[in-house]
Write a protein that binds this ligand. Structure first.
Ligand code: C2E
Ligand code: CA
Ligand code: CA
Length: 511
């Protein structure tokens, strides 16, 4: 159907839906990738922390062993113990210095021999480990001191911070790795910091040593997840983009399909674009207006007034013809009911219906509502059902037609002569009128055979006691002929073309 209107708003909604259907899989995929990357970083941090913990434990084992060997010597003269202290420094790879303590007083050092310095157990985490940022010999160089004591005896062995920061650097690589001892912590650059440990923003993992008083923290800086995705998942990322484009395109195509004829008709129905036109029916003898046929027009915002044969087939096919007809009846009642007092005898109002109207009993209610709008007895509602698509006689259709008749509604067979309804059919449905198709009327004075058919129809309707309406009367000759043959009603351009409601009401008083 060429008749589609794409309003601005609809267009922007369509674009939004297209973008959304493209963005959704990308967002979803992005979220999954993000979670995946987060999980990978967490595993990475856990493994790194585990490895660092293992290394620090090994190094401290080595340092602690030196202290264990030296502890029995505490209390001995420094002169006698000095060599043993130096031997431990030489033999053990990570030990930098060894010291003996008696009664919280460091009195002998591998470096200086006799020495005097107070030892404060409170400096040591769990009385065992102290992370210092240097000593008088090497200020600004990290140092981890291990303390072992037994009553007054004590041994202090120190581990060089260089080895510690090396482990942090080599194992950590992309990971931020920190060694924490009590209130102090060491970073990979070899610096000792004091105070609360700064949180690692991404995938922070903590490992606590079971043997010594230290903790290892591993994690990543802010924004690492995105960096990881862009460096590790470029193929998946491209695939996501591809899916996004495909999904967006599918969304676009589906929407295009959605603006099919029935969607367009639905839109027009909601916008009230279907309006009634009125064509007068006249009495065969006096030519006074006896009624009207209501003909649907589509007042299309772009195409202008659209003929019914261009859209009625779509409306029938989609079933929308039922609500469209209902809207037409409502508009007709609203227009004609206010002038119904001026009608001279029951005014004939013809409404076209289709097979879709005969699938349930809704039509009865629509007709009841329609008739209730008028003064009682002021109108006769005639439903026109075209002969070309006559309905199947079923219990439901019988019930429908019975109820319609009970309401006083009449049935006309439209375009009579173009189909092949049997006499039996006409009786079964209690038909009230036949509308002779305009093709037969057009043949008056031209074709003897067609005129013969016309005569037969008129004769038949008289025998069956059916009212007769001649359609498409355009000339005086046709009108005279039909009057001479006692045709009850006529309709055609000779008496009036289909016209808008206001024009029809204006013309009504003259006729
Ligand atoms: P129809 O029911 O046979 O309606 C008569 C058609 O003949 C109308 O065409 C009318 O304008 C046209 N007509 C009337 N007098 C003359 C005349 O003197 N000469 C010629 N050449 N034509 C004349 P329209 O309005 O274009 O409607 C065409 C068809 O569309 C209708 O044929 C009817 O089948 C269908 N239709 C119109 N309105 C409705 C409706 O509300 N519901 C349904 N279901 N069908 C409708
Ligand atoms: Ca009709
Ligand atoms: Ca007709």
């Amino acid at each position: 159907m060429p008749l589609t209107v794409k309003s601005r708003r609809k267009r922007s909604t369509r674009i939004a839906v297209t973008i959304l259907s493209g963005a959704l899989p990308m967002l979803l995929g992005g979220a999954i990738l993000y979670m995946q990357a987060g999980r990978a970083l967490e595993q990475n941090a856990e493994q790194t922390a585990d490895e660092a913990l293992r290394q620090f434990n090994l190094m401290l084992d080595n340092t602690a062993e030196a202290a264990r060997v030296l502890l029995p010597l505490a209390g001995n003269r420094c002169e006698d113990a000095k060599l043993a202290l130096r031997e431990q420094v030489t033999r053990r790879p990570f030990v930098r210095s060894t010291n003996l303590v008696w009664d919280n007083n460091l009195y002998c050092s591998s470096l200086f021999g006799d020495y005097q310095e107070a030892v404060n157990a409170g400096d040591y985490a769990h009385g065992q480990l102290w992370l210092m940022d240097g000593n008088p010999v090497t200020p600004n160089t990290a140092l981890l001191v291990y303390r072992l004591s037994d009553d007054k005896k004590g041994a202090l062995t120190t581990l060089d911070g260089y080895h510690l920061s090396n482990v942090l650097r080599l194992i950590g690589r992309q990971t931020l790795l920190l060694l924490q001892v009590g209130n102090h912590w060491l970073s990979a650059d070899g610096k000792v910091h004091s105070g609360a440990l700064s949180a690692l923003p991404v995938a922070q993992s903590t490992r606590v040593s079971e043997r010594y008083a230290f903790t290892v923290e591993a994690g990543f800086p802010e924004g690492e997840t995105w960096r990881y995705i862009s460096s590790e998942y470029p193929p998946l990322f491209s695939l996501l983009m591809f899916f996004g484009v495909v999904a967006g395109s599918i969304g676009h195509i589906l929407q295009k399909r959605a603006s099919s004829p029935s969607v367009e008709l639905q839109r027009a129905l909601e916008a009230g674009e279907f309006i009634p036109y009125f064509q007068p029916l006249v009495y065969g003898d006096t030519k006074k207006w006896s009624g009207t046929e209501v003909l649907m027009r589509w007042n299309h915002p772009k195409e202008g007034l659209v003929r019914p044969d261009l859209f009625i087939p779509f409306a029938e096919h989609s079933g929308l013809i039922v609500p469209m007809t209902r809207a037409l009846m409502q508009q007709t009642a609203a227009l004609l009911a206010p002038v119904s007092a001026t009608f001279d005898g029951p005014f004939h109002i013809g409404i076209n219906i289709t097979a879709s109207h005969c699938q349930d009993l809704e039509l009865v209610e629509d007709c009841r509502v329609f008739l209730e709008a008028f003064l009682p007895g002021s109108v006769t509602l005639v439903l026109e059902l075209t002969e070309r698509e006559l309905i199947e006689p079923t219990p439901l259709t019988h019930q429908l037609f019975e109820q319609l008749h009970a309401l006083g509604v009449m049935i006309a067979i439209d375009d009579f002569g173009t189909g092949h309804s049997s006499l039996g059919y006409l009786r079964q449905f209690n038909v009230d009128f036949l509308k002779i198709d305009q093709s037969f009327v057009a043949m008056i004075g031209a074709d003897a055979l067609s005129r013969h058919i016309l005569d037969s129809i008129i004769e038949l309707s008289a025998k069956l006691d059916l009212g007769i309406v001649a359609e498409g009367v355009e000339t005086e000759e046709q009108s005279d002929y039909l009057t001479a043959h006692q045709v009850d009603f006529m309709q055609g351009y000779l008496f009036g073309r289909p016209m808008p409601g206001a024009d029809f009401i204006n013309a009504l008083s003259d006729h």
